[in-house]
Design a protein around this ligand. Structure first.
Ligand code: SF4
Ligand code: F3S
Length: 103
């Protein structure tokens, strides 16, 4: 499961469209954690898709991660600033790849 303390245990190494990336990042195998309020551990996500289907405010978008051992697409929390803290994504992810502040 995603480490809920990632903001303390990891370093912010990048930012994409205002969404933080927490290392280590060593493509293609290591992709890090993406997002802060809504955080997805790309190294755990296996592209189940339940989070994209169930999020009521469409926080997530698919991004390509070619060559990653779990899946070659990931759920990116592009619109994490719109999250309403319903916790649905946290509940439906089969591999506990998502952390929402307060969960
Ligand atoms: Fe979407 Fe709810 Fe998850 Fe926030 S907690 S990203 S609103 S499903
Ligand atoms: Fe990935 Fe879990 Fe969503 S596996 S696509 S973060 S439901």
């Amino acid at each position: 499961a995603i480490d809920p303390n990632f903001e303390r245990t990891r370093e912010k190494v990048d930012e994409n469209d205002g969404v933080a990336v927490w290392g280590p990042v060593e493509p293609p195998e290591k992709r890090g954690i993406h997002g802060t309020h809504v955080a997805v551990d790309f190294d755990i996500c296996l592209a189940d898709g339940a989070c994209l289907e169930d999020c009521p405010v469409d926080v997530f978008e698919w991004v390509d991660t070619p060559g990653h051992p779990e899946s070659d697409i990931k759920a990116h929390p592009t619109h994490e600033d719109q999250c309403i803290d319903c916790m649905l994504c946290v509940d439906v992810c089969p591999v506990d790849a998502i952390d929402v502040d307060g969960s």
